[in-house]
Write a protein that binds this ligand. Structure first.
Ligand code: MLT
Length: 232
């Protein structure tokens, strides 16, 4: 029986299957957009200092603390800046999204999910008997937009009938949300980003299926898997 589990906040996860990392606002949306716009690599790192070390290795340094790019960074954490990442190697550090990767203890594969590539992720996920959706949350708390994505993805994976309680609740919640954008705009994180002047980033991140790319984690960082076919 195929199994799906949702982790609403970062928790240590292990699986013989797939982990889908989710930070809708904005880290995984940025990773997806960067690779869709032909960045060659997105390397997630934990700290600002570590990210800056990659500058002399020819990387573009991107990310945020408190929503804004730290001093010395080339770019922030905006999916709308992806056009500046064409053919670039990018190093990315964010408060919650890249940090959540540290909770993946073992997995056959790790990919980045967002509304921008939700159908491509759902097709890719069908290669695995177990799918874990790891929500980055916001500073240890549940983030509405991540949990909503988890539910929408879990609904697409309807043949995954073994579900943990969080996946059951996420499916019910997502099934009741008809307007994804409106719902996300009501979230704490969206309101915070709007206050910082990133309303257009929030809008951008609510778009479904803008891209067909699935970012896959390798030793070097996330690389693009393109043109994923439906395997059911
Ligand atoms: C994070 O990882 O905490 C977010 O992506 C923050 C942000 O919205 O830039």
């Amino acid at each position: 029986m195929k199994a799906i589990k949702v982790f609403p906040i970062p928790s240590p996860v292990e699986t013989e299957g797939l982990v889908v990392l989710v930070d809708i606002l904005r880290a995984t949306s940025t990773i997806v957009a960067a690779l869709a716009e032909e960045a060659t690599l997105v390397k997630p790192v934990a700290s600002v200092d570590e990210a800056l070390l990659y500058k002399e290795k020819g990387f573009l340094v991107a990310g945020e603390r408190g929503g804004l790019p730290p001093e010395g960074f080339d770019l922030g954490n905006s999916p709308r800046e992806a056009y500046r990442m064409v053919r670039a190697k990018v190093v990315l550090t964010t408060t919650n999204g890249t940090r959540a990767l540290g909770f993946v203890k073992r997995a056959k594969a790790v990919c980045a999910g967002s509304f921008l590539n939700i159908s491509a992720v759902s097709k890719f996920a069908q290669r695995f008997d177990e799918v874990l959706i790891l929500c980055a949350g916001t500073e240890g708390e549940l983030a509405l937009e991540d949990f909503l994505f988890a539910g929408k993805l879990a609904l697409k994976l309807e043949s995954y009938t073994s579900a943990n309680d969080a996946a059951i609740v996420a499916r019910k919640y997502a099934d009741n949300v008809k307007e994804v954008s409106r719902e996300i705009f009501s979230s704490h994180h969206a309101r915070n980003l709007i206050r910082l002047g990133f309303k257009e980033d929030v809008s951008f991140c609510t778009q479904e299926d803008l891209y067909q790319v699935v970012p896959i984690l390798t030793q070097e960082g996330f690389v693009a898997l393109k043109g994923v076919e439906d395997e059911t």
